[in-house]
Every structure is written in C-alpha cells, then in structure tokens.
Design a protein around this ligand. Structure first.
Ligand code: TA6
Length: 284
C-alpha cells in the first residue's frame, strides 16, 4: 500500500497539521509547521527519530525533535545576515512557520512530498525567496532534500534528532578527526574517527565524508549526506537538558543530533542539501 494522508496531530501534538506517508511497512510523518519530519519508521514500532515528550508548537515555538530545518542561518545569525543587528531567532526563520504542500508523487516504489515556504522578510535581502523541502520514502530508506534555486548568502542544516535508546551505548563513526569544539571553544585533532558521547557535546566537523554511521546495540543507522560542508554533533547532557524547558531531565539520554549542514558564508550560492537514512538491524 502506498499513500499520503493529511492528518491533524501527531503524538501529543494533537492539533498539529501533518502529512503521513506510507509505503508497505515504512511510514513517515512530516509537520506542515516547520516542514519538520517527526517520525520515520522503516518497520512498525521501529522509530528512527526522537521527539521530545515536552515538545510544543504553540506561541511560535520550534518543535524539539524530529528533523528541524535551519535556514537561512545556523545558530545565531552572523552579522552579514543581520546587518541591522536586531534580535533574531536561533537557527533561522522557517522552523516556526507554516509551509504549504506544493507537490506529491506516488510511484510503484517511492512516495515523495514537497513543502514550500516563501519568505519576504529576510533581514538582508530585498524581495522574496522560495525554499523547498522534499521528503522521499522508499521501502528501505528516507531522503530529506532541502533546496533553493536562488543564489544567496545563507546557511542551512537538517538538524536531525536520532532516537538512540541510550546515549552511553551509542557510537557515531566515520567522522573527520578534526572538529571545532563549541563547548570548549577550541579546535581539536582527535585520535579516532569514532565518537561515544560522555559529556555535553557540541561539535562542528568541517568537510566530513558522504557517509556516517550511528550504531546502537542491535541496530546501525546509515546516514548519507550531500551538499554539506559540515556535520554537527550535539547532545546537551544533563545540566543543559535541565535548562531546556521542552526536554525532560533525563531526555539527553535518549537522543543524539547528527546534523548535515552547509555553513560557509564565503559566497552567495544555491542550496541542495540532503540526508538519506537507512536502518540495518544487527544480530545481537
Ligand atoms: O546544533 C547544535 C546547536 O546549535 C546547539 O548549540 C544547541 O543550542 C542546539 O543547536 C539547539 O538549538 P535550539 O535553538 O533548537 O535550542
């Protein structure tokens, strides 16, 4: 069975406008608010993404979990993108706005859906700009593609929160050795290409490869990325988790963010950033 259903509500977010994609055993749910993928299950009950039980979307709040779309800046807006130095939200302007359904397609072996947002209030650009997010579900993988044809100065990220059971038993591998440690404010040359998180972690890896692996006992998630110039790995750990009103005190144990990003502000450019997820079960 292959279908796309428009539905109101997902999990505890009972009034959220969403689309549910189903292809055979695989399902995905994407919110029109933020064009945020909230769920990807290659098989029933096998949730790849983490969504905070405390997430909310009212009062212009960005939803904590799934795959938030960060655009046209990542983190706080850089001065080139905020010439008047006004107060702007973290991670851009599209996480907390409604997107429109632009197109959908069902073929024998895939379903895809494109959401569109048009902005005419970018603080550093005159006129309007269109950004699209296409989600494509096949039986064995899901691809998110964030694209914009207009060359412009911008950053972007697919800020994926992965459901990992227990952070202490999770490894992210195939990372570059060098990274910018945002917690310690230093550049680090690591001895390994593997990371097991044991403390607050906020790292920017420049020029990572096209394929990463997130391993937990019993399963391997392959993450392929394209159009990126950085990968960000984030976990707030205990103390920061407690400071986040939309994460429970032990919430940090259950997710890791591994984000495909395009962060360079060296020149105006179009955008074609994607992340493809495929889950492999591993015999214990
Ligand atoms: O991607 C990591 C990061 O930039 C962290 O520095 C952390 O603040 C996180 O994103 C979450 O940001 P948010 O605005 O969603 O609270």
């Amino acid at each position: 069975m292959a279908q796309i259903i428009s539905q109101t509500g997902f999990a505890h977010l009972t009034d959220l406008p969403c689309f549910r994609l189903q292809l055979g055993h695989a399902t995905a749910v994407i919110s029109a608010y933020g064009a945020q993928l909230l769920s990807y299950c290659p098989h029933p009950q096998q949730e790849v993404l983490w969504l905070s039980s405390e997430a909310t979307w009212h009062n212009h709040t960005a939803i904590r979990g799934g795959v938030p779309v960060c655009w046209p800046w990542f983190g706080p807006a850089a001065s080139q993108l905020n010439p008047d130095n006004v107060s702007l939200p973290n991670h851009g302007l599209v996480r907390n706005r409604l997107w429109q359904l632009e197109a959908h397609q069902i073929t024998a072996d895939s379903i895809s859906l494109t959401l569109l947002i048009t902005l005419n209030d970018l603080p550093y650009i005159d006129g309007s700009c269109e950004l699209r997010l296409t989600v494509t579900l096949t039986e064995h993988q899901l691809t998110l593609r964030l694209h914009c044809n207009q060359p412009m100065l911008r950053q972007a990220a697919l800020h994926s929160y992965f459901n990992i059971g227990n952070i202490r038993h999770t490894t992210v591998s195939r990372l570059p050795r060098r990274y910018h440690d945002k917690v310690q404010q230093t550049i680090v040359d690591n001895a390994t290409t593997e990371l097991t998180i044991q403390e607050e972690t906020d790292r920017i890896y420049q020029q990572p490869g096209a394929e990463l692996l997130i391993q937990t006992p019993g399963q391997h998630l392959q993450l392929k990325q394209h159009g990126h110039d950085a990968t960000v790995v984030w976990n707030p750990w205990q103390q920061k988790s407690r400071q986040l009103s939309d994460v429970t005190d032990d919430g940090y144990l259950h997710f890791v963010c591994v984000e495909s990003a395009s962060l360079s502000l060296a020149q105006a450019d179009t955008l074609d950033l994607s992340q493809t997820l495929s889950l492999e079960r591993v015999d214990a």
